[in-house]
Design a protein around this ligand. Structure first.
Ligand code: M6R
Length: 364
């Protein structure tokens, strides 16, 4: 069942190139995104002025990546809400808000109740779900299934990256239909999206360096993740993954926030994993990295092939294949999943079934 892998989680990490192909390719025709066969006609986007994403945990973090793309590429405002918060307030949504619901299992109770509330408010609901025929899929107005295949490990990996790819397909179709992006731009976007398969395959070749990082952080009681922009959303997911399966306390911070309190926690030898894939803010992240380094942090830098080789900046580096940050999120995600995986495994923990957690949270 584990296909020769020691754990489901590792198997599922390695399945990501195929899972992404299965989710993306059926929705691409002549280089452009098409969602008609999923029953999602372009008329869904008529009158839509903004988007609200509701989800929990890792699925919510995938929504945050999607927000970044909708806002930066299309200038469409997106609100990402934690489902368990959304459902107990009076959310400001109506028929002009498209609610996108993200759920691997399609059974998470808070997400389901958030969906019901959105419908009651007149907002059309499009859900991105992995499990066919699940309650969330059945109750939604529109469903875009991810085709990740069964995810057995409690820690979500392949479901996260396919959810991101589904958000990208919707964003690209939306941009095209609304005339915000041209056909050429949409083709270029889709070409890059289809290419993430090979970016991930290249990244998986770094497994040995990643194992060395895991061996270093497994002895630490605390780990910090820092990044800016889209990389910050990856930090949130990385921190959740590490806590969930390695039981190491960790925090994710927007790198520019360090000075507003957190830097007080940086002490001698504490691991700081810095993600720097965005060109526009690269130098800003590097200067934040130097700030923590000068306070004694052990810095692991995850970035593109820029020639760092400078011990005043980092102690270890994991290099990502060159790509626009919007597409390198997939490679970054794989690196961060593997760090969590190897850390948990090195500590001899039950990787696939961490304590106190269930795969599907169907109780409140
Ligand atoms: O099935 P769902 O996607 O609705 O589950 C939501 C969260 O419970 C889930 O993503 C959880 O955070 C992950 N197991 C974390 O790895």
């Amino acid at each position: 069942q584990k296909g020769g892998y020691p754990h489901f989680m590792l198997k599922e990490i390695y399945e990501q190139p195929d899972a992404l192909d299965r989710t993306i390719r059926p929705r691409v025709s002549d280089g452009l995104p098409f969602l008609e066969e999923d029953g999602i006609s372009d008329s869904l986007f008529d009158g839509i002025k903004n988007i609200t994403v509701v989800a929990c945990g890792t699925a919510m973090h995938a929504g945050m990546v999607g927000k970044y793309v909708f806002e930066s590429k299309l200038r469409i405002p997106v609100n990402v809400e934690i489902a368990s918060e959304f459902r107990y307030k009076d959310p400001i949504i109506d028929k002009n808000t498209l609610t996108i619901v993200l759920s691997q299992s399609g059974e998470t109770i808070d997400t389901l109740e958030a969906l019901r509330l959105a419908k009651k408010k007149g907002s059309p609901v499009l859900s991105i779900v992995n499990v066919k025929g699940s309650t969330i899929a059945r109750e939604s107005d529109y469903v875009l299934y991810t085709h990740a295949g069964p995810e057995i490990a409690v820690a979500s990996t392949k479901a996260y990256t396919v959810q991101i790819s589904a958000m990208y397909l919707i964003a690209c179709r939306y941009g095209l239909v609304k005339g915000i992006i041209s056909e050429d731009e949409a083709r270029e976007f889709i070409k890059n999206l289809e290419n993430v398969r090979s970016i991930i395959e290249d990244t998986l070749k770094n497994a040995n360096t990643i194992k060395m990082v895991a061996n270093r952080i497994m002895i630490s009681p605390d780990v910090f993740y820092i990044g800016r922009g889209i990389d910050y959303t990856l930090c949130l997911e990385a921190s959740l993954k590490l806590k969930e399966i390695s039981y190491i306390h960790s925090e994710a911070y927007a790198a520019g926030e360090l000075k507003h309190g957190t830097i007080a926690l940086i002490s001698e030898n504490v691991p700081v994993i810095a993600i720097a894939t965005e060109k526009d803010v690269y130098s800003k992240v590097i200067s934040n990295v130097k700030e923590v380094k000068s306070r004694g942090a052990f810095v692991i830098l995850v970035s593109h092939d820029d020639d760092i080789n400078d011990t005043s900046v980092c102690d270890m580096q994991i290099k990502l294949p060159e790509a626009d940050s919007v597409f390198s999120v997939f490679a970054t995600a794989v690196v961060l999943q593997l760090i969590a995986y190897y850390t948990s495994d090195a500590k001899g923990l039950d990787v696939d079934k961490p304590r106190n957690l269930a795969k599907s949270v169907t109780v409140e």
